[in-house]
Design a protein around this ligand. Structure first.
Ligand SMILES: [Fe+2]
Length: 227
């Protein structure tokens, strides 16, 4: 037994040294968000775009045993401290992994898109109404030039704020820092909507509200505020 315990660091050290970032599992099928997000877009978004971000993140970390064991969020908070040769790869692909992990997790079939009363009260208290909150998210999402994201963050004082980031940046990256913990985001890369909505990003944004997993957003709020 004692010998086994002595071997544990070697066994798990080896395991973690080979740790790979993995793609999250979707909680729904590709077609379950129809007609608001089409099945083909979901399939390509998840199985091609997101899968490629995961693959390229792992590739960037090859040969960096110390960084392979680091949680993704820590990598992204410390982009500037990474070896320069992999900073852009981790920023783009690591951001792509984190941002989509959250985005895919806050979507759900329309039949399940029901906002808890508690979240409704919180959004109303902080933005004036749920509609005003949605308008602020849509403004951040539609005014983002090119590719990027709109975000709902919980700041350390508990207040909610809406921001946007470019490309695959996450708000907490040390290269584009905005204080706060993300609890909801919207992907405004064209790959998220172009097949169905073409250049009409505003239409995509309006219809996306039908498939938001508000229960998950509320859970994320509770986690972020420690409630
Ligand atoms: Fe995307």
């Amino acid at each position: 037994m004692k010998q086994f315990l002595l071997l544990l660091p070697i066994i798990f050290g080896g395991f973690f040294a080979n740790a790979q970032h993995e793609q999250i599992k979707l909680k729904y099928s590709y077609g379950d968000l129809e007609p608001f997000v089409d099945s083909t877009t979901m399939r390509i978004h998840y199985s091609a775009h997101h899968a490629t971000y995961v693959k390229n993140l792992n590739k960037a970390l090859e040969g960096h045993a110390d960084l392979k064991n680091m949680p993704l969020i820590m990598l992204l908070k410390n982009i500037n401290s990474l070896p320069q040769s992999i900073q852009m790869a981790v920023r783009n692909n690591g951001g792509g992994v984190y941002n989509h992990n959250l985005f895919f997790d806050v979507l759900t079939p329309a039949s399940n898109s029901v906002m808890p009363n508690e979240l409704q009260k919180i959004l109303t208290a902080q933005f004036g109404s749920v509609d005003l909150f949605k308008a602020e998210m849509e403004k951040a999402a539609s005014s983002r030039f090119g590719s990027g994201w709109a975000w709902l963050l919980v700041q350390p004082n508990g207040k909610l704020t809406v921001v946007s980031t470019a490309n695959q940046d996450a708000p907490f990256m040390d290269v584009s820092f905005t204080e706060g913990h993300p609890i909801f985001n919207i992907d405004v890369w064209e790959h998220a909507y172009y097949l169905k909505y073409q250049n009409k990003r505003a239409d995509y944004l309006k219809r996306l509200w039908n498939v938001v997993d508000w229960k998950q957003v509320y859970q994320n709020y509770l986690s972020a505020t420690g409630e």
